[in-house]
Each structure stands twice: as C-alpha cells, then as structure tokens.
Design a protein around this ligand. Structure first.
Ligand code: UT7
Length: 335
C-alpha cells in the first residue's frame, strides 16, 4: 500500500546525547544454578539470557539513573542546569514519596527544572520519550532528560526460578531538544489494555495493600508474573503499535534501519521480528548480557548502538516495548 511519507517530523526532536549504566556485579546463569533448581541451558534456550547485572545492596536506582544521565549530558555537551524537564520511567519508585525523579534531580543538581516519574511498566521509557517530545513540541520545555532506571532484583523472589532468572538492573538516558532539521519523532503509538493488569504485579506495599507482617509472610511484595500470558500478548501488542506508528509516519516497515525492542525474552523478539518481517541484522539485541532491565532496556540498547558508531544521521529507529498494565507503545524516530 502506498503511504504518504512524512518529510517533516511529527515532533521535531533531536537526541543530543545518550547514556547508560550497568552495575558492576554480574550474576551468570551458572551462578544462579548454584542455589536454584535451574540450568544455564534452560535459561539460555527459553530466554536468550546468559547473565545480568545486579545493583549492590547499598546502592539505589537513582544512582544508576544519575550515572546514565551524566553520560548523556556529557555526550550532548550540556549541564544539568540546562535541563528544564526530567522524566524518569521506573516501575517501583525509590521510596513511596517522593518519586525517583526527585532523587535524580537532587543528585544531578537540576536547578529549577520540572521532574516527574512515569509509570507505564516496561513501556515507561517509550511513553516518557513521547511525552518529553510532545512537551518540547508544545514549547513547554526546551531540554528534556528522559531516564529509565530499574532495580527489579530487589522485588523478585530469589527462590522463584520462573521470575528471578529474567531480570537485571540498570539505567539508560537520553537528552533531547527541539531539532531544527529533519530529525524527530515521525510516528507514535501508545496504547494500553488494562484487562491484562493481572499478568504482572507487585500486590503489596501501596495504598491498596500496605506493608504488614502478613503481606511480607505471604510474599506479596514479590513481583508476580504470568509468563505465558505475557509472552502471548507481547508479540501481538508490539507488532500492533509498530505498524500503527509506521503508518502514522508514512513508512513501510522495510524502511526501518534499527528496531530496538524491549529486551524481555529473545523468543519474543524473534517472534515479533518474524511477524513484522524485519531482517535480523536490523534488530538490536543485548538481552544475553543484561537480561530484562525493564524501563532501562531500550535506552541501554540505544546507547550501546550509538556508542558503537552504528547510528547515522537520517536513519529510522523504531523503539517498541510492552509491560505491566498492560501498557505498550512504539516511537519511530529519524536520527
Ligand atoms: O518485561 C515484561 C515482563 N516479562 C515477560 O515478558 C516474560 C514473558 N514470558 C516469558 O518470557 C516466558 O513465558 C518465561 C521465560 C517466563 C517462561 O518460559 P516458558 O517457555 O513459557 O516456560 P513455562 O513457564 O511454560 O515453563 C516450562 C517448564 C515448567 O516446568 P513443567 O511444568 O513443564 O515441569 C517450569 O516449571 O519450565 C520450568 N521452569 C524452569 N526450569 C528451569 C520455569 N522456570 C525455569 C527455570 N529453570 N528458570
């Protein structure tokens, strides 16, 4: 089908800098097999994961976010004082009040810039990037820092082999400003299906079920996931929004130079890519080394791609994610 190509971006936006941070401590599948009824073979073949980085007990997610943000600011040659909007995508805030963004703003020395957390499951970074772009486009912000930082290792049950093997900790960031050229967001599709809310939850610790001895004893502070249901939903959701964003951009999927999918499971990525008929060499995969870092997964993968010198001006990047909620979304960018 012939589509009208968008010459001017929907949202003129330039990614001025990217950054990422992975904690030093690495836990391999072999390490896991020492205390869990699992094996490197099972984890590798079912998920594509070989290792994950874990935040040390004395560290907090905002420290990872700050390190990723500092790298993005340095690459962009900007100072924290230039940032007038900080959006932090994260699933579990550093403490109930205030959110992680406040801690990152204080540590970075943000000045009087606005800051807020964005909670949209593992799709949080894609949501936050679209929000930052829309605010810049509306003239409500000039320099927006978008961070994804996550330490789900603190919420998995290390006795539950069906969840704890999947997640890793880390952070990624991008610094964005209005673009004067062709760079920008060409298409956005953000969606949700709250009928799937049950698929991924941490039930206790919020207002609905405050922390108590009973909630701790019942294990209700652990992340609980219906893996098969999520797997099935994920491929369809990411395919749907990637097609919708491409249609809005007036692009054929074949014109995408780089697909950066949320790194939840290599089999999910492979099924998505097959469905969208995107060649393997255009798909960014680092799940083997970092596992599922939730909101940080896309900005970490993007940063690795950029720092490897693989992204060229004018190239088309599609960032797509799904997660708790169920929230899902795709942002298509011209670099
Ligand atoms: O960011 C979004 C959040 N998460 C996701 O997107 C996860 C989506 N789902 C998945 O990635 C996959 O469903 C999993 C990797 C979680 C599970 O893979 P699966 O192929 O759906 O396996 P399964 O749950 O059907 O389990 C198959 C078997 C079971 O044993 P039985 O019942 O067949 O005897 C499990 O008990 O594998 C067993 N199993 C394990 N065995 C060794 C489950 N976890 C493990 C493990 N090691 N770590």
């Amino acid at each position: 089908m012939a589509r009208k190509k968008r010459d001017q971006p929907l949202i003129p936006l330039k990614i001025m800098g990217t950054g990422a941070y992975l904690p030093e401590r690495v836990l391999t599948n072999h390490d896991l097999a020492k205390f869990l009824d699992t094996s490197d073979e099972w984890i590798r073949t079912r998920t594509g994961i070989r290792a994950r980085h874990l935040l040390s007990p004395e560290d907090v997610p905002s420290q990872m976010g700050v390190k990723a943000a500092e790298a993005a600011l340095a690459q962009a040659n900007r100072s924290p004082k230039d940032v007038d909007l900080l959006l932090v995508a994260t699933n579990v805030p550093e403490e109930p009040i205030p959110g992680t963004a406040a801690h990152i703003a204080r540590e970075l020395g943000l000045g009087k810039g606005a800051f807020a957390d964005v909670t949209a499951g593992c799709a949080g970074f894609v949501y936050a990037l679209a929000m930052a772009g829309a605010m810049i486009h509306a003239g409500l912000a000039k320099t927006a820092l978008v961070v994804g930082t996550e330490a789900l290792s603190r919420f998995v049950n290390w006795q539950d082999r069906s969840t704890c093997v999947l997640f890793g900790d880390g952070a990624g960031a991008v610094l964005t400003e209005k673009s004067r050229g062709q760079a920008g967001i060409l298409g956005v599709a953000l969606r949700g299906d709250a009928t799937k809310l049950e698929l991924l939850r941490i039930e206790a610790g919020g207002v609905r079920l405050p922390a108590s001895c009973e909630t701790v004893q019942a294990g209700k502070h652990f992340l609980r996931m219906e893996g098969k249901g999520l797997f099935r939903a994920a491929v369809g959701m990411m395919a749907e929004v990637t097609r919708a964003a491409a249609a809005q951009a007036g692009l054929n999927l074949a014109e995408i130079d780089w697909l950066i999918p949320h790194q939840a499971n290599l089999r999910i990525i492979e099924a998505l890519v097959k469905r969208l008929r995107i060649p393997e060499e255009k798909v960014v995969v680092n799940i083997d080394r970092v596992a599922n870092t939730s909101t940080a997964s896309i900005p970490i993968a993007l940063d690795e791609l950029v720092r490897a010198g693989k992204v060229e001006e004018g190239q088309i990047l599609a960032l797509t994610a799904f997660g708790a909620g169920a929230c899902y979304g795709t942002v298509i960018l011209r670099w």
